[in-house]
Every structure is written in structure tokens, then in C-alpha cells.
Design a protein around this ligand. Structure first.
Ligand SMILES: Nc1ncnc2c1ncn2[C@@H]1O[C@H](COP(=O)(O)OP(=O)(O)OP(=O)(O)O)[C@@H](O)[C@H]1O
Ligand SMILES: [Mg+2]
Length: 255
């Protein structure tokens, strides 16, 4: 079973050396938890340190904004693009929504459904082949879900994940927490779920990472602190975050 380095210092040792090759892993957490940073670090680290090119699918923000924000960590995404080590696909969720959310009564014909989940997958496949990518990062699956209508969500997400698993790439996908009490469909359907928590303890903020699941891996089950620093995210596997049940419930409710 091949392993893929996470490029996050301290994380590999919590999951027996890295992600399982060809898996689809969900990175979930509240606003500002560091989900985007986590995924970009995976792509940049792969491109720079492991000779593994990557494809980035941007849905939440514009690519230029993301490139600018990630520059703060010293990651020169533009250079990696020019070296064909990273390729960006910009799937504007608003355009996408416009094409997909069509009322049943709308006349046939205006639905130039040039963009749907299948097209996005085909685009990913094309770019993966173009740069011989081994890593894919999709930010985020929530946009795809919101534009696909309640009824079909499970089937759409399931098909998308299955297709990604056949790509010969290892994929990270962010997911926003929508209901703190419930798990989302992609968390059940993916091979792994990593959760980035932010707790408020007393007057300060504590960031903690949790491996909720990693199929086929004897993974760590405790909460470990992580920091967002000058060079990106760092996990501290030797330290544990102790959060009692009461404060855990408190933060979930206050999300
Ligand atoms: N240079 C830095 N040093 C320390 N922390 C930083 C730095 N840059 C960003 N951060 C922290 O990272 C957070 C944003 O990270 P990121 O965009 O990866 O989170 P996210 O989970 O993707 O957020 P969103 O839900 O908005 O998409 C900021 O809110 C800030 O707390
Ligand atoms: Mg983000």
C-alpha cells in the first residue's frame, strides 16, 4: 500500500506515514480553521519536495486571491504553474449554480449545461494528465453540494468521489461544517476525514487537529495542537489537547 506524504510537519506520524495512495480525504473545519492552507501546503510540498505535480480546483475564492494569500507563507504558486508543477482549474460556483439550479418549469433550450459535476471531473482528468499530477486539491466540495439540489446530493458526491479514486491521484477536498451536530455525506463516503478544530479556552484560542477516520490505517485518535506559522501549518504530535466534554459541547454549539 503506497503512502503519500502530507507535507504538514508532524502529521505523517499520526497516520502511519501519510495518506493512502489514491484515497480521497476530506479536510473539514469552521471558518478560518486553515483548510485552504492545509490543502495548498499539500500541493506545494508535493511539487517542491517530492516531485509530485498537483491540480488545484478553486471554487470558493478567486485563484488570484488565493495565490496572493498563500504568498504570505512563501509559496510561489505562479512559479510552480510556469514550471508545470501546479495547474489551477477555476470553477466559479456562481456560474456553476446558475447552470445547475434550473427551475423545472424553465423552457428547454436555455439550459446550456456546459458546466456540471461531470464536466468538472472531466476537466480535472484532463489537467491531471497534462501535468502528470499525483495530487489533487479541491476547495471546496460544499459549493458543489449547494449547487446540486438536496435530492441528488448523495449520489452526486458519491459518483464524484468514486471517479476521483480512479484518477491515480491522491485527493484532498475541503468541506465546511454546516451542522455541528451532524456528519456530512462526504464524510461518510470518503476514505478519510481530518478535522481542524478551533476551541475557545478561557481567553485564548486553541487549534487542534483530529483524525476522524482513515480507512485501513491504524491512526491516532487524540486531539493534537496545530499552529499556523510563517511557513504554514505545523502539527505537534507529541502534545495533546485536553478539552472536557462541557467546553467541547459549548464550542460546537457556538460555531
Ligand atoms: N501568516 C500567518 N500566520 C499565522 N496565522 C495565519 C497566517 N495567515 C493566515 N493565518 C490564519 O489562517 C486563517 C485562514 O486560513 P485558511 O484560509 O486556510 O482557513 P480556511 O479554513 O480555509 O478558512 P475559510 O473557512 O474562510 O475558507 C486566518 O484566519 C488566520 O487565523
Ligand atoms: Mg478556505
Amino acid at each position: 500500500m503506497g503512502k503519500v506524504k502530507t507535507a504538514i510537519p508532524g502529521l505523517d506520524e499520526l497516520i502511519e506515514g501519510g495518506y493512502v495512495e489514491n484515497d480521497v480525504i476530506i479536510v473539514t473545519g469552521g471558518p478560518g480553521a486553515g483548510k485552504t492552507t492545509f490543502g495548498i501546503q499539500y500541493l506545494v510540498g508535493g511539487a517542491m519536495n517530492y516531485n509530485e505535480p498537483g491540480v488545484l480546483v478553486v471554487m470558493e475564492e478567486t485563484p488570484s486571491r488565493m495565490i496572493r494569500d498563500m504568498w504570505r507563507f512563501g509559496w510561489d504558486i505562479e512559479r510552480l504553474i510556469s514550471q508545470k508543477k501546479i495547474k489551477i482549474i477555476y470553477a466559479d460556483p456562481f456560474k456553476y449554480t446558475k447552470f445547475v439550479k434550473i427551475p423545472d418549469s424553465s423552457p428547454i433550450g436555455i439550459v446550456a449545461a456546459t458546466k456540471n459535476i461531470g464536466d468538472i471531473f472531466k476537466q480535472i482528468q484532463t489537467e491531471v494528465e497534462a501535468v502528470k499530477a499525483k495530487r489533487v486539491f479541491i476547495d471546496s466540495i460544499t459549493s458543489i453540494k449547494l449547487s446540486s439540489g438536496e435530492r441528488d446530493v448523495r449520489q452526486i458526491v458519491s459518483e464524484f468521489i468514486k471517479n476521483l479514486e480512479f484518477l491515480d491521484c491522491t485527493t484532498l477536498m475541503t468541506s465546511e461544517i454546516q451542522d455541528a451536530q451532524e456528519f456530512s455525506v462526504e464524510e461518510y463516503l470518503s476514505s478519510g476525514v481530518i478535522k481542524l478544530h478551533i476551541f475557545r479556552v478561557g481567553g485564548s484560542r486553541v487549534r487542534a487537529i483530529e483524525i476522524l477516520k482513515m480507512r485501513g490505517v491504524k491512526h491516532d485518535e487524540t486531539l493534537h495542537p496545530y499552529d499556523i506559522q510563517e511557513k504554514g501549518i505545523i502539527v505537534h504530535p507529541g502534545e495533546t489537547v485536553m478539552i472536557d466534554e462541557v467546553s467541547l459541547l459549548g464550542t460546537a454549539g457556538a460555531k
